[in-house]
Design a protein around this ligand. Structure first.
Ligand SMILES: Cc1cc2nc3c(=O)[nH]c(=O)nc-3n(C[C@H](O)[C@H](O)[C@H](O)COP(=O)(O)OP(=O)(O)OC[C@H]3O[C@@H](n4cnc5c(N)ncnc54)[C@H](O)[C@@H]3O)c2cc1C
Length: 405
């Protein structure tokens, strides 16, 4: 029962093993390499095409994927969350690449794919030879994915998809996308497919004029009689919505972890600047109202960090007991709380850091300004604030209080 304050104390042991530390050192090195490149791309508002080669060189493109597939490293959910927290400090654009490629792409394929599908695709994705994306959202279906319109027909042993997807992270750079569609006429449930970019009838385009994330790709996907071989259905026919919801657990956790990193970077920057900037003949860090901003960033950061580590530990426990629905439900709820808390904390932290920087906070030359616009999306994608609030409450009230039916 989630209301039992003591029920999850057993999972809250966040000691770092030597193996985790080694992985995090590699992540840290890759992050240091990407920072100057991300700085330059951000000021030019151009796509950062060095994220892929930098993290490929560090063998980090399949961190939580099983060692059986290519360069998968088999990291558990907490280790992967710690890595994403570090990556998040470099910006939400850099971290979003991993959410699309790994959390929503690779982990969904690993969980639901047949052995043949996994062997065909996963090794290449871990080596960076194939980039993944996850296409659920459509122009008229976001918070209510059950209402999506993309459909397919089964003809002569192939599936033919028609429709479109909107706002897909890595969408226009991906080689392989997990895509959801209903059988034409909706006579059965939703299905999931693995769609390669070279499949006949598939095309993609980047979305321009975004509020933030200028250095990462967000795309539109189009399917016009897109021919998908029958061996590319992912999971069982009619069970696509379950595939989507399980993917969102990994995706939300990745957002939470990245947001903890954003808030940490905002704290670091606010502290550094407060020690340097002088006004009224004092370092501004000596003004108590500036200290309040720093204290508030820190309190929300640590709250979201604890919730995120707890959620990651519960996800790891659920991953090792996949048949246990109760553990999965508990992890799903903890992840929703962590994502809600961390995405709001990161947005607040960026706002406070901008305030501490004054006019200099209003410039994209400084990371707080970039975090402010980039982290805003974290309260929208992978479950908006409103959807998560209702999800969290229904877990406590009971399913008969479900707000979406
Ligand atoms: C940069 C970016 C990257 C993205 N990446 C991906 C991706 O990789 N893959 C993917 O599939 N999608 C992706 N998305 C889409 C994202 O998941 C959706 O935007 C999100 O689910 C919300 O859907 P929507 O935008 O259609 O808003 P809507 O669902 O139309 O919601 C509009 C407003 O109504 C509120 N609302 C809706 N229903 C309810 C309700 N029942 N009760 C209360 N309030 C409600 C919402 O909270 C929101 O405030 C991305 C979006 C962005 C901006």
């Amino acid at each position: 029962m989630p209301g039992d304050a003591f029920s999850n104390l057993g999972v809250m042991n966040f000691g770092i093993s030597e193996e985790q530390r080694l992985i995090l050192n590699v992540v840290d090195e890759a992050c240091k390499k990407i920072r100057p490149i991300e700085d330059k791309c951000y000021l030019e508002h151009s796509f950062n095409d060095q994220v892929l080669p930098t993290f490929k060189e560090a063998h980090l493109l399949g961190l939580p994927v099983s060692r059986r597939y290519g360069e998968g490293q088999g990291a558990d959910a907490l280790t992967y969350a710690l890595a994403l927290e570090r990556i998040g400090q470099e910006g939400t654009g850099v971290r979003t690449f991993f959410s699309g490629h790994t959390s929503l792409g690779q982990l969904t394929l690993q969980k639901w794919g047949s052995e043949e599908q996994k062997e065909r695709y996963l090794p290449r994705t871990t080596r960076g030879e194939m980039i993944m994306a996850f296409g659920l959202t459509e122009p008229t279906a976001g918070s209510d994915p059950a209402s999506l319109m993309t459909n397919f027909e089964n003809r002569e042993g192939n599936y033919y998809l028609n429709g479109s997807k909107a706002w897909i992270s890595n969408g226009s750079i991906a080689d392989l996308s997990v895509v959801f569609a209903y059988p034409k006429g909706k006579e059965e449930g939703m299905c999931a497919f693995l769609v390669e970019k070279d499949f006949e009838g598939f095309s993609a385009a980047p979305i321009k004029d975004k509020l933030g994330l200028p250095t990462s790709d967000t795309g539109l996907l189009y399917f016009s009689e897109c021919k998908v071989p029958k061996e590319n259905m992912l999971g069982s026919a009619g069970k696509g919505l379950g595939v989507a919801y399980s993917a969102l657990m990994s995706g939300r956790l990745s957002v939470a972890a990245g947001c903890v990193g954003v808030a940490q970077d905002c704290l670091n920057e606010a502290v550094r600047y407060s020690r340097e900037r002088v006004q009224h003949k004092k370092k501004i860090g000596k003004h108590q109202l500036v200290q309040r901003e720093i204290a508030k960033i820190s309190i929300e950061l640590e709250t979201s960090r604890l919730l995120t580590y707890k959620a990651a530990t519960m996800k790891a426990k659920s991953d090792t007991n996949p048949e246990n629905g109760e553990l999965r439900g508990e992890a799903d709820w903890a992840i929703a709380e962590a994502k809600y808390c961390a995405s709001n904390a990161s947005f607040n932290a960026a706002d406070r850091a901008v305030q501490v920087f004054g006019a200099n906070g209003f410039s994209f030359q400084n990371r707080p300004a970039r975090h402010l616009v980039d982290t805003r999306v974290c309260r929208i994608y992978e479950g908006t604030d409103q959807i998560l609030e209702q999800k969290i409450a229904v877990k406590l009230l009971g399913n008969e209080y479900e707000a979406f039916s």
